[in-house]
Design a protein around this ligand. Structure first.
Ligand code: PMP
Ligand code: GLN
Length: 383
């Protein structure tokens, strides 16, 4: 039989799938793949059932239901004073993953370069490769995962078209400070680049910090493409409702790809997310409190186990240095933890193209029930 396509020749099973499979095989407590192991809010499940009963069950309009696009537009206005026209600047996607794919397929020609800040969410590089683009990594240096502006400047070439930034940041839990964001923004303006701002964890910020959407920075509204996902905000990762807010030209490009990839996203789920977004002001304080509690207690336990790192300010991940506990690299140590200690984590070297800094860490997801986190801590005591 003939070969499969070259564009996927170097693709492997994603690290999330691999780790979840190993966790099952070895009956390890799974703090690897990022998803809550508890259910999402009851009110959201009630709404989706109601929407199905009311007959919202056929294909939705391709760009998303008018209700959901309106509510997305409303919350950007309400929370951030950002105005997006729901008709021409908001597109609903199958999670943020499809959003990333659409933006890249809609913008990138073969040979175009895309700056990715490593460690990065793995689908960025896969999508860039599928478009025939060239990922150009710039490292966020530990321990604070900061960007060296000189390194970033040096990575930009005349072929650079897009830069991808994730804030709050998976896997490190970093929340970018305004001056850090501004330094990146300034370069994108100087070099006339698009900036894809992956803000799926926009509401998972702790300690009174306020999320700063990249599009709110001076001169950035038009060149920033913002994506987010109801999966994170409502703890319903299986619903797979995401969105893109961008200028009209980029929106049109994304929609042209979308119409041939998925063309329409689940109608009742969209209608339910629209209702959920209306309730954000009431819902968010409890949501943030829930995850903050998990972060604080798991962090305290990790400190007691001798892991030394600073408290993550956002997301539901911790990037934990391992050198005090092992001479192994991240992949080997992750394997040992799964097999011997029965705790699954993600080895972050999968999120790097250039630097080996990831080998010194493991990523722990704390979006888990108290009993799951307690079981993981018990198992780690054997270290
Ligand atoms: N971006 C980041 C940074 C993520 O962590 C994830 C995965 N949760 C996604 C995008 C994809 O989100 P979704 O599940 O909505 O496709
Ligand atoms: N975003 C989640 C993570 O970072 C899950 C990703 C996935 O399974 N593709 O773990």
């Amino acid at each position: 039989m003939k070969d499969t396509a070259l564009r996927i020749a170097d693709f492997k099973d994603s690290i999330f799938g691999v780790i979840s499979r190993l966790a099952r095989e070895h009956q390890a407590v799974n703090l690897g793949q990022g998803f809550p192991d508890f259910d999402g809010p009851e009110f959201m499940k009630d709404i989706v059932y109601k929407k199905m009963k009311e007959g919202h069950n056929q294909y939705a309009p391709f760009p998303g239901t008018p209700n959901l696009r309106q509510e997305i537009s409303n919350y950007y206005e309400r929370f951030y004073r950002l105005s997006y026209n729901p008709e021409t600047q908001v597109t609903v996607t199958v999670g943020a993953t499809e959003a990333i794919y659409l933006v890249i397929m809609g913008l990138i020609n073969p040979g175009d370069e895309v700056i990715v800040l490593e460690p990065f969410y793995d689908s960025y590089v896969a999508s860039i490769k599928m478009a025939g683009g060239i990922p150009v990594p710039v490292t966020m240096h530990a321990p604070d995962f900061t960007i060296d502006v000189k390194e970033l400047t040096a990575a930009i070439s005349p072929r650079t078209k897009l830069l991808i930034l994730n804030n709050p940041h998976n896997p490190t839990g970093k929340v970018w400070a305004k001056d850090e964001l501004e330094a990146v923004a300034k370069l994108t303006i100087q070099h006339d680049l698009y900036l894809l701002s992956d803000e799926v964890y926009e509401f998972l910020v702790f300690d009174g910090i306020k999320h700063i959407p990249t599009a709110t920075l001076e001169g950035m509204k038009d060149r920033t493409i913002t994506i987010s996902s109801a999966g994170k905000t409502f703890g319903l990762t299986g619903w797979k409702i995401g969105w893109i807010c961008a200028n009209e030209k980029v929106t049109q490009a994304c929609r042209l790809v979308h119409q041939y990839v998925t063309f329409a996203v689940s109608t009742p789920m969209q209608e339910a997310v629209a209702e959920g977004l209306k309730q954000l002001p009431d819902y968010l304080p409890g949501f943030v409190e829930l995850y903050k509690g998990k972060r604080d207690s798991f962090y305290a336990e990790m400190k007691k186990l001798g892991f030394d790192f600073s408290l993550p300010k956002g997301t539901y991940f911790m990037m934990v240095p391992i050198a005090k506990h092992t001479k192994l690299n991240d992949v080997d140590f992750a394997m040992k933890l799964i097999k011997e200690n029965k705790v699954a984590t993600v080895p972050p070297s999968a999120f790097y193209l250039k630097s080996t800094e990831g080998e010194k860490f493991l990523r722990f997801c704390f979006a888990k029930k108290e009993e799951t986190l307690r079981a993981a801590v018990e198992n780690l005591k054997g270290l």
